[in-house]
Design a binder for this molecule. Structure first.
Ligand SMILES: [Zn+2]
Length: 271
């Protein structure tokens, strides 16, 4: 589900980019624009059930909701503590995967609001990944056979975490680009994927972001996923219409414009 599909400028219909994957019944949250708890509740997910999340990069439209999310979770933990005062350790924890280069900023952001001091109630465990735009990738296990490979995008001077999420037993392959120029290392994996969500902020090439023309050319070369979802959409309806027209021209059955808060794919379905 896209919790938000707009770029750094939100619209009436679309919030800043973020997403929710439900993998074997457990939520994986991607990025923290504003009002994350409310969006999770609307999606039927208890914020305290989010045990693992990814902060793809340090830009404000992806990070600014993190301290608020942690603060809300601390508030939610207080009555749990009151009901069970002798429970050792925090009442809930969040494992937060982020680029190694952003870990210090995340810690300082939480410190700014005194949130780390409440770790006896709700604890954030940082998992920094040393991923670069052209360099090493990082692999890890999530749960129940789900694993991920984090691949750095190219977004100005940053290398946001793109993800290839796979379940070999079930045959699932899900790809998330975060903010990036058309990411060849992710697009080369698109063939055989059930879904690819990629930054598509314009119809024609632009700096630091993906565009429909280049993505179409690269997917024609590498092979299309079952479903392509353009993300980080422009705030301009005319530009969105141009993106839709480009995709409709070449792949009318292989793309879907995202609607915030609507599931795109049912991962419980058999493959
Ligand atoms: Zn960004």
């Amino acid at each position: 589900m896209t919790l938000g599909s707009s770029c750094a400028v939100s619209t009436i219909e679309r919030g800043n980019t973020s997403a929710l994957f439900e993998l074997s019944g457990r939520p994986l949250l991607i990025d923290f624009p504003g009002d994350v708890c409310r969006k999770l509740l609307q999606a039927g997910v208890d914020p305290l059930d989010v045990k693992t999340a990814v902060l793809t990069h340090r830009h404000v439209d992806h990070l600014h909701g993190l301290p608020s999310f942690v603060h809300e979770c601390i508030q939610l933990c207080k009555p749990l503590r009151a009901a069970r005062p002798n429970t050792p350790g925090p009442m809930a924890e969040l494992n937060l995967i982020c680029p190694e280069s952003d870990a210090d900023l995340v810690e300082r952001t939480l410190d700014l609001f005194g949130l780390a001091e409440q770790s006896d109630l709700y604890r954030v465990n940082l998992h920094p990944l040393p991923v670069t735009a052209e360099g090493e990738t990082a692999k890890g296990e999530l749960w129940d056979g789900w694993r991920y490979e984090a691949i750095g995008g190219r977004h100005g001077s940053l290398a946001p975490l793109g993800l290839v999420i796979q379940h070999d037993g079930a045959g699932w392959k899900l790809i998330w680009s975060s903010d990036t120029e058309p990411a060849a290392r992710l697009l080369s994996r698109a063939s055989g994927a059930q879904i690819l969500l990629h930054d598509t902020q314009a119809a024609s090439p632009m700096a630091a972001h993906g565009d429909a023309d280049t993505l179409i050319a690269m997917l024609n070369e590498h092979g299309w996923p079952d479903l392509f979802v353009p993300m980080h959409l422009p705030a301009d309806d005319t530009e969105i219409a141009a993106i839709r027209t480009e995709l409709d021209r070449v792949a009318p059955d292989r793309f879907r414009m995202p609607d915030d808060g609507v599931w795109l794919l049912d991962l419980r379905a058999a493959t």
